[in-house]
Design a protein around this ligand. Structure first.
Ligand SMILES: C[S@@+](CC[C@H](N)C(=O)[O-])C[C@H]1O[C@@H](n2cnc3c(N)ncnc32)[C@H](O)[C@@H]1O
Length: 213
């Protein structure tokens, strides 16, 4: 496992329980998040439905929300600590340990892939590898939803959710991500960039929906 994956996994194992507790009811107060997740669920269903995976699912709150909207979804995460929390909180759903890139799905297996604030710890030059992997596992016409913080800074995080940790977080450019998705076989069909609206958001937030060409 490469260094950045190891440090990211260790960091999320450390914060898993407190991260999960803090964000457990967050979606209820986040209109934009629910709007984009709802739109995404409708698009997947309108295209005929099928299996969906949330990659980097953390404690499973987004997986659970999309399940409640009718998607056949399960979660995958790098952090065993996060997967343990997700399995405990949502025992009716399936969560597996896994990492991107190198996802263990067969080609064309899925109708949807969700990466909700989970590409943010990957060095930018490695993102095309991840998008190519998403493209490989999606069926033609399948939908990808990506959410991330907008910017060009790399932040080294040493303290989060009440714990000392060490990992990097990358803010990203919606335009560059759109270009990279285009180069890896996707068409971006929707982009929402909104202003930071909550106390702990410091930058605009981006949500992209793309379709496998
Ligand atoms: C900010 S959290 C978001 C979790 C969840 N999507 C949510 O919104 O609550 C980022 C998650 O992505 C996972 N992650 C980061 N890089 C990953 C990778 N390369 N492969 C799989 N999971 C990854 C982390 O372990 C962490 O649980």
């Amino acid at each position: 496992m490469t260094d950045y994956l190891q440090t990211t996994r260790t960091a999320y194992d450390t914060v898993a329980a407190d991260y999960a507790e803090l964000l457990r009811d967050h979606l209820a107060g986040s209109t934009w998040d629910r709007a984009m997740l709802g739109t995404y669920a409708e698009l997947v269903q309108a295209a005929g439905g099928g299996r969906v995976a949330e990659i980097g699912c953390g404690p499973g709150r987004i997986t659970e929300h999309l399940h409640n909207l009718g998607l056949d979804i399960h979660g995958v995460d790098l952090s065993p600590g996060m997967v343990a929390v997700a399995r405990k909180w949502y025992p009716h759903l399936d969560f597996q340990i896994g990492e991107m890139p190198g996802l263990s799905f067969e080609d064309d297996a899925l109708a949807g892939v969700v990466a909700w604030y989970s590409i943010i710890h990957t060095p930018r030059e490695r993102l095309p590898e991840i998008f190519a992997d998403f493209n490989r596992i999606l069926a033609p016409g399948g939908h990808l939803l990506v959410a991330f913080q907008v910017g060009d800074e790399v932040r080294h995080i040493e303290h989060a959710y009440g714990h000392d940790i060490s990992c990097d977080a990358y803010r990203l450019s919606p335009e560059k991500i759109t270009t990279q998705l285009g180069e890896t076989g996707f068409s971006v069909i929707s982009t929402l960039v909104r202003e930071p609206s909550e106390e702990f958001e410091k930058t605009p937030q981006a949500y992209l929906i793309a379709r496998k060409q």
